[in-house]
Design a protein around this ligand. Structure first.
Ligand code: NAP
Length: 256
């Protein structure tokens, strides 16, 4: 018996085996949740289908979150496949590589808008569409954030500003959806080597800093994020909403 037996979940953001979304998928499935995965574009489809096959996941759907038509079709497909939905894991973010180096002051308007659209607006946009499937089922929405939202991490720039907006969105969505029985939380993960992380200049230095300074004196694993995601998706976190939970080996408490 898993803590998520009989529940249905939608996971956005699997690109490959290193993706945080993939670790979340494995943890939720281990606890008994039936899953649907999305892929962002044709380039990723084969990879995501192959990974889905490893977990026996049959529902694999396209969703580029910059396309309204994709999100509209997604809710129809999830409704057809599951009839209802208990959980959304939103592990999607994007900024142009040139915005993740140098100074924030040089951020382009287009780069700012793109980061906000993909990394922030997609959360309310997908949630609003899925609410009719989630109402009255003790649903849970989980997104992924990073401490660059509240402290300056050199080069994180436009994505730090996007993550600040994402965390504020979590609070407003929690307020909107609480009366409808749906909780909304964020996991603030420590740095993990993934495709997206590779685009941040100086990422190796960030990893070394955490290993040296975090209370646990190590970096975290994607599996640790997945386990926290399973907790937030399930009944043991039923009193928690609107929160940012840190899975960062304790780094966020440090002043120096
Ligand atoms: P990842 O494997 O590259 O996952 C990011 C996903 O977002 C990819 O599947 C990517 O697809 C997708 N995406 C980008 N643009 C999209 C769009 N328009 N529509 C739909 N999907 C789109 O990297 P990750 O590190 O696991 O990132 C997952 C989440 O964790 C992100 O929110 C990230 O900010 C957060 N996070 C990561 C870390 C870390 O250190 N890795 C730490 C804290 C928080 P493409 O590959 O096609 O772009």
């Amino acid at each position: 018996m898993g803590i998520l037996d009989g529940r249905k979940g939608l996971i956005l953001g699997v690109a490959n085996k290193r993706s945080v979304a993939w670790a979340c998928a494995r943890a939720l499935q281990r606890e008994g949740m039936e899953l649907a995965l999305t892929f962002a574009n044709d380039r990723l489809e084969g990879n995501v289908r192959e990974l889905a096959g490893e977990l026996g996941v049959k529902t694999v759907l396209p969703c580029d979150v910059t396309r309204d038509a994709d999100m509209d079709a997604l809710v129809d497909s999830v409704g057809t496949a599951f009839g209802q939905l208990d959980c959304i894991v939103h592990a999607v973010a994007f900024a142009k590589r040139e915005e993740l180096t140098g100074n924030y002051i040089d951020t382009s308007k287009e780069g700012y808008q793109l980061a906000q659209e993909v990394s922030v607006f997609s959360l309310p946009a997908v949630s609003r569409r899925m609410v009719p499937l989630m109402e009255g089922r003790e649903g849970s929405i989980v997104t992924l954030t990073y401490i660059g939202s509240e402290r300056v991490i050199p080069n994180y720039n436009v994505m730090g500003v996007a993550k600040a907006a994402l965390e504020a969105s979590v609070r407003y969505l929690a307020h909107d959806l609480g009366p409808r029985g749906i909780r909304v939380n964020a996991i603030s993960a420590g740095p993990i080597r993934t495709l997206s992380a590779a685009g941040i200049e100086g990422f190796a230095t960030i990893l070394d800093t955490i290993a040296a300074r975090a209370p646990l004196r190590r970096n975290i694993t994607a599996e640790e994020v997945g386990d926290t995601c399973a907790f937030l998706a399930g009944p043991h976190s039923r009193g928690i909403t609107g929160s940012t939970i840190y899975v960062d080996a304790g780094y966020h408490i440090m002043g120096l």
